[in-house]
Design a protein around this ligand. Structure first.
Ligand SMILES: [Zn+2]
Length: 135
């Protein structure tokens, strides 16, 4: 999404694809427009009293901690691992994306390439890499 013009092209393609359910396209459109119905947005338009994240509040209350100074519930907040209620889910999603990216890079690797993916199916550290490679 950092490539110039690529993100707008992909966004337009997604939003105009009739095969994708309307609810998903509408949700993405709301996100891009910055009006996702989060507590922050609802507070901004006068529909809620507090912009504090209820997921973080629930997690802090479960631990018996104070809920003072809660982070604002914004789209960015609930979609990153900093939100206490979403951290596990967001981390799992990021790991899944990484695994897919890693598998795709491995599948696209040319047979004659000297570069090897050392951690495709298992964790590696310098000790295990050293044992596999004969110098
Ligand atoms: Zn949160």
């Amino acid at each position: 999404m950092l490539r110039q013009d690529a993100e707008r092209f992909m966004l337009g393609k997604y939003l105009s694809d009739k095969k994708i359910p309307w609810q998903r396209r509408r949700r993405l459109g709301m996100t891009v427009a910055g009006n996702t119905p989060t507590a922050s947005f609802l507070t901004k338009i006068g529909m809620m009293q507090s912009a504090g994240c209820w997921l973080c509040k629930t997690a802090q209350e479960a631990r018996g901690e104070s809920t003072d100074g809660l982070a604002d519930e914004t789209h960015g907040h609930i979609n990153n691992a900093g939100c206490e209620g979403m951290a596990t889910t967001v981390t799992a999603a990021l790991h899944s994306i990484w695994r897919h990216l890693y598998d795709s890079m491995h599948a696209a690797q040319k047979p004659k390439s000297k570069h090897k993916f050392v951690t495709l199916d298992q964790e590696s550290n310098m000790s295990t890499v050293w044992r596999r490679k004969s110098f």
